[in-house]
Design a binder for this molecule. Structure first.
Ligand SMILES: [Zn+2]
Length: 239
């Protein structure tokens, strides 16, 4: 099976679709403000997490940096609402996208590249094709074009890892385990997936420690049956 990262188109003059959206998440975990390494947090989003029954949900409206203790307190509030396979992290975004949309959307939209939306007919096709690991959550986007089909965001859980050999020491954030737990890395321009970490049979997943979303060849084939989209598929190898 071949795999592809979703990326934004580079040539903005040849776009097929006019669709764009502005949206926020319902809830956030704060990033961490550390005296040693400043503020840091991830960008992982779990649209399927529903905190509407959490009494303290209004305390989760902002991802503004907080102390590690305050992060831990808020993460503890959220944990009972999150499936055990999801790992919460500082800066996590939770719940559906809520906002407004304009224009016409293609079968798949990945702009920014760390949010993947599919049109309702594309979702049906993906589901009929029996693709695995598809967690659709309806995006709450108001569009004045009433004929526009609803958009569904596909949750990309960070289940795969980059191969350790493609992360250079210079790309690693100095580990700050005593103070705040920061141990990230910056995205290497040349990268490939670690075969042992790859979830078997899944057709869409995220990559741990990055904002990248990866889809299978099967996924690309299914979505392409609805015609062109403004998404560039960049192949990522597995070793
Ligand atoms: Zn730190």
């Amino acid at each position: 099976m071949r795999y592809f990262e979703l990326t934004e188109p580079e040539d903005l003059d040849s776009l097929q679709w006019s669709g764009s959206y502005r949206a926020e998440r319902r809830w956030y975990l704060p990033s961490i403000l550390c005296p040693r390494c400043d503020a840091w947090g991830g960008m992982t989003a779990y649209p399927s997490v529903d905190l509407s029954a959490l009494p303290e949900k209004d305390e989760l409206k902002s991802g503004w940096p907080q102390t590690r203790e305050e992060y831990e307190r808020r993460a503890a509030l959220v944990r009972p609402f999150v499936p055990p396979e999801i790992q919460l992290e500082p800066g996590c975004r939770l719940g559906p996208l809520v906002g407004t949309a304009m224009g016409r959307f293609g079968p798949i939209t990945a702009w920014p590249s760390w949010q993947v939306l599919v049109r309702e007919d594309a979702l049906t096709l993906i589901q009929e094709a029996g693709l695995k690991g598809i967690i659709p959550v309806r995006a709450e986007l108001r569009n004045r074009r009433t004929k526009e089909l609803p958009q569904y965001e596909l949750e990309a859980r960070p289940l795969a890892k980059l191969h350790p050999a493609c992360i250079q020491d210079r790309d690693r954030v100095p580990t700050c385990l005593e103070s705040c737990g920061n141990h990230g890395f910056s995205l290497p321009p040349e990268r490939w997936l670690h075969g042992e970490s790859l979830p078997t049979g899944l057709d869409l997943f995220g990559v741990e420690g990055t904002t990248r979303i990866v889809v299978s060849e099967r996924f690309v084939d299914a979505v392409n049956r609805l015609g062109p989209s403004d998404v560039v598929y960049r192949e990522i190898t597995v070793e």
